[in-house]
Ligand binder design. Structure first.
Ligand code: ADP
Ligand code: F6P
Length: 454
């Protein structure tokens, strides 16, 4: 069996793990464990000149091969087309899409550059697995450079309905690029349906009776492969994390108050403004909880060069300040809002001691935090997950309380239901979700995808 070569923009380099890498980095790291594979992508650094070779390092039985980007390429490819056009588009936020032809050119250029850097490292029997919206043209670029290996693509974000996709100039180019893969994978059946629809309506292609897709002279497989976690590893990490100094100090500061937690990158797709308003509505409608709970929102800053992210940060700081100003007492603050990142171990500890997790994105490919919250719980005293129906995770975690994030009062009601939920019901819901997480774990995700890639 050949090697597994993973290609993604973000690479969880050992020395950079503490930064909030997002679901892709967590997922791939877990999926690559024990495979002796190669992980290729951006180093996370910007350089004055374009490198001529990747930097190669060995760690944890894996080979990491990374390249720096020039400032201009980083601005056009990463801040520009990937995160100011594709990200909002794929999260149904047409109002935030900022397309420019020069960004699109940078996107194509960086994909070709990555392919040229990767090509000399490849062996004929390697399997190549490309990840996420930054690298949609990678298979075409690799084929142009002479690669004949099987190449699969997995999209970690949602794939939008055709009416949304079609607003993007050059969307046909993206569809053609996707159809150059041997296999294209999505998080949910809804995303797969949107892709099928786009192939039919946007590429005049066809979905064949065997489920394969034909378009642009290619036949490829397409499927839904919901990403999982390693629930037992999370559970094993969460319990001892409580003994750490960080967790002990934090628990002391709680003084037996119940904790409500949110953990997200500081991204408009995560619905943080709506969540803060929902929390204020909860304190308004159910004043009996004042002084008895605390809401901890960890929101690590990302993509700070993209204007919309900077604006969001300002708005959120103002909202958190408003809530604190309105409801705080001399000896109680309702909200603790942190823009820093934590080790995965500490995070799992925070999740374990939380009575409720608020996972209320307006749109999310999967949302691994929802899954990690469930896995981190104490089986004898599990907490309650409040989950948006617009997260991919809602397709699997039916033991959560589902609440529409666009209705702050509905989320406030869900919080009240979580506060009042009897232990027996909490255990039953947790048990059902944990079984799902064990069945659809990260190994199953990798094996199902690679099995379909062939
Ligand atoms: P996304 O990929 O959009 O960021 P996910 O919920 O799927 O969202 O994945 C986020 C991942 O990043 C999870 O594994 C989570 O534990 C991790 N993470 C999120 N915030 C932080 C943080 N502040 N510090 C460390 N890890 C974080
Ligand atoms: O999972 C979605 C995702 O966008 C990944 O592709 C990405 O690596 C992660 O979130 C974090 O975002 P960024 O790499 O831009 O910091």
């Amino acid at each position: 069996m050949g090697r597994l070569v993973v290609v993604s923009n973000r690479v969880a380099l050992p020395q950079k793990r503490k930064q909030a890498g997002g679901g892709l980095a967590t997922g791939i790291l877990d999926a690559l464990r024990g495979t002796e594979g190669i992980w290729f992508g951006w180093s996370g650094d910007v350089a004055v000149t374009q490198p001529t070779n990747p930097t190669v390092a060995q760690a944890d039985g894996l080979t990491y091969a990374t390249v720096d980007l020039t400032r201009k390429d980083h601005a056009g490819y990463y801040d520009g087309f990937s995160n100011a056009a594709l990200w909002p588009l794929f999260h149904y936020r047409l109002d935030l899409v900022n397309f420019t032809r020069s960004d699109f050119a940078a996107y194509q250029r960086v994909n070709s550059f990555f392919a040229d850097m990767l090509m000399p490292m490849l062996r004929p029997d390697d399997r190549i697995w490309v990840h996420d919206y930054h690298l949609i043209p990678m298979a075409e670029s690799l084929r142009r450079a002479g690669a004949a290996q099987r190449i699969g693509f997995f999209l970690h974000t949602p794939f939008p309905p055709f009416g949304v996709l079609a607003t993007l100039p050059h969307y046909e180019d993206l569809l053609r690029s996707l159809c150059a893969y041997n296999l294209v994978g999505f998080q949910t059946a809804d995303d797969l349906t949107s892709f099928h629809d786009a192939v039919i309506r946007g590429a005049r292609g066809a979905v064949l009776p065997d489920g394969n897709v034909r378009a642009f002279g290619h036949t490829l497989r397409a499927g839904a492969f919901p990403i999982g976690i390693d629930p037992d590893a999370i559970a094993e990490m969460a319990a001892p994390a409580l003994k750490s100094r960080t967790l002990r100090r934090f628990e002391e500061s709680l003084q037996d108050r119940r904790l409500i937690i949110g953990v997200d990158r500081l991204d408009y797709s995560k619905g943080l403004e709506h969540r803060f308003k929902a929390f204020a509505s909860f304190l308004d409608h159910y004043p009996e909880h004042r002084g008895r709970i605390r809401f901890l929102q960890i929101a690590t800053a990302t993509r700070s060069e993209v204007p919309e992210y900077r604006h969001l940060r300002q708005r959120l700081s103002a909202l958190a300040g408003d809530i604190a100003g309105r409801f705080s007492e001399l000896d109680w603050t309702p909200i603790q809002y942190l823009n820093r990142s934590f080790s995965h171990r500490s995070l799992c500890g925070f999740l374990r001691i939380s009575h409720v997790a608020l996972v209320t994105p307006l749109r999310d490919g999967m949302n691994l935090v929802a899954k990690e919250y469930v896995a981190a719980q104490d089986p004898s005293e599990p907490g309650v997950l409040i989950l948006s129906p617009f997260a991919g995770a809602a397709h699997e975690l039916d033991g959560a309380i589902i609440a529409n994030p666009y209705d702050p009062d509905a989320v406030a009601e869900a919080l009240q239901a979580a506060m009042q939920m009897p232990l027996e019901e909490r255990r039953e819901r947790w048990q059902a979700m944990m079984e799902t997480l064990r069945r659809n774990n990260i190994t199953a995700w990798r094996e199902n995808f690679l099995g379909a890639l062939g």
